[in-house]
Design a protein around this ligand. Structure first.
Ligand code: ADP
Ligand code: ADP
Ligand code: ZN
Length: 212
């Protein structure tokens, strides 16, 4: 099964990707997580990506597509995948279609998590993320069991530098301009399901499970 999790920053993609990944036994591939791993390792790609991420802008398509193509070429992605944060532009979506076509793979489902801007700003203001496994938490809606410690891996929790008020506003604007067109793109292919992402975490999870 090949699934895309589509939604604005703060919609809940990272929160729910793990559940779907476990349910369908397919790997969770998150473009933002891959970029942050490159940043931590101070690779050339990481340094380049960081200069865009810190401003809340998208990393150029060409670089992003190359990174995802490489990841999708690994053995564990052969049977299926859950993509989180990619594609984010029509150019990326077209490249993904071409890649899947060349491999004789089919994209089954696009899950679109819809959340209002006010709620996104509220959520991202309280988001803390594991430095090690990148699981997201929230100071208000889903705090970790032990303060500043990841429930999954005991890693340290931190506030992402792009979760500051200015960068968040910029990222939401970028989503509206560059990523919203993908809703029509996948609707016209008949594979998009919209989920009300504004509900409680448990209700969103139930709706996502029902959809897959
Ligand atoms: P969020 O959790 O807010 O949706 P991500 O972790 O997915 O954010 O992405 C963080 C940043 O990484 C983005 O603001 C952007 O700079 C970069 N990025 C992630 N995915 C992509 C992509 N598909 N295309 C371009 N840039 C991306
Ligand atoms: P994305 O990966 O789409 O950027 P996250 O999964 O990281 O979003 O969630 C953004 C923030 O909102 C996190 O702090 C997360 O704990 C919190 N959150 C996620 N879903 C909900 C929800 N349904 N209600 C309240 N807070 C949520
Ligand atoms: Zn962790």
């Amino acid at each position: 099964m090949r699934i895309i999790l589509l939604g604005p920053p703060g919609a809940g993609k990272g929160t729910h990707a793990g559940t779907i990944s476990a349910l369908k036994s397919v790997p969770h591939v998150a473009s933002g997580d891959l970029f942050r791993k490159h940043q931590q390792e101070e690779t050339e790609l990481g340094i380049l990506a960081g200069s865009f991420m810190s401003k809340g802008e998208l990393v150029p398509d060409e670089v992003t597509i190359r990174m995802i193509e490489q990841r999708l070429g690994e053995d564990d992605c052969w049977q299926g995948i859950i993509l989180d944060g990619f594609p984010r532009t029509v150019t990326q979506a077209t490249a993904l279609d071409q890649l899947f076509a060349s491999l004789d793979h089919k994209l089954d489902l696009v899950l679109y998590l819809a959340v209002s801007e006010d709620e996104l700003v509220r959520r991202l203001g309280g988001r803390i993320t594991c430095r090690n496994c990148q699981t997201p938490y929230n100071l208000v809606s889903s705090p970790p069991k032990i303060e500043n410690v990841c429930n999954q891996c005991n890693g340290e929790l931190y506030q992402r530098p792009d979760d500051t008020a200015d960068a968040v506003r910029q990222r939401i604007q970028v989503f509206t301009q560059q990523t919203i067109p993908l809703v029509d793109y996948y609707t016209s292919k008949g594979i998009l399901t919209e989920i009300d992402g504004e509900q409680d975490i448990s209700e969103v999870q139930r709706a996502l499970i029902a959809a897959v």
